[in-house]
Design a protein around this ligand. Sequence first.
Ligand code: FO1
Length: 332
Amino acid sequence: VIVTLAGGVGAARLLAGMVQVVKPTDITAVVNTADDMVIHGLYISPDIDTVTYTLAGISNPETGWGMAGETWVTMHELELLGGTTWFRLGDRDLATHLYRTQRMSEGASLSQVTSELAASRGVGVRIVPMSDDPVRTRLSVEIVPPDGGADGIPLLRSAGQEQIDITIEEIGFQQYFVKQRHQVPVRAIRFAGAENARPAPGVLEAIATATHLIVSPSNPLVSIAPLLAIGELRDMLATRRDHNVAVSPIVGGVALKGPADRLLVEMGHESSAVGVARLYAPWASTLVIDNADAALAPRVEAEGMKCIVTDTVMSTPAKAASLAKVTIDACE
Ligand code: FO1
């Protein structure tokens, strides 16, 4: 079995490539759940849904998250009511959250519901949350007093703005990522609940017996780091370090999607394949980097990782399949 450590869009693309080259039932995706949130009383698990929808062939190709052919009638009505609409839940997508929330209120675990939803969508890959226990990414961000914003609205300072009476406030991941459009400076990141969280049933066994372990090109600090914050998971990964292969999500110093580049710098790391190598070297032995970064290969190897240079930008299904094949071969 091939185990893939997964965040959202980057992981979903790689998994969609993988199912073109190996049997879906031979793949287990262990997915980040630290982005999960309850809003309108509904339990939302964005990375699990992104992976599920992508493998089911029903994801929105423009955004990478949410469903294709989505309509927004409910959000529009909610807007008229003055409700909370910064986190947009499409009419089709809502069915997933209703189903999950109801099943969990009946006592089902997140992993049970995740496999029910994957089965209903015809997904052959085994999709497992990293944990059934709540682990939540919390970010300490810089804020200015309410009157600090030019038009009185922005409470949070955007990059480059003058430093006036900065205070720090801790906010949830979706508040940072979606509501603030990841445009506020981050001072610290923590994974609340990780210290007491257990890996979800089957996760440790899957990793222990995996023929291949592949770390998808997801954000190292907010998509992969939450999995490593679970002690038993990190220890299990470290015991098989020599067989773990990661794909760098940073290409030419920038993240293809999301704030990984900016967060790396804000947290004191280098925003490059070398910076990723430094983070992953303790528990992974090989880093796959993009052709654009070929010149960095010696520096990646100096961090103690074997380096493979290939095309990592999954702009087409064929390119995703070819990257999947390179990573699978790299484990052998
Ligand atoms: N991302 C956005 O940028 N804006 C949204 O309104 C939004 C809604 C949303 C609803 C359901 C879902 O599963 C994901 C959603 N996302 C949205 C994506 C998302 O929260 C992030 O991309 C991930 O958490 C990062 O991996």
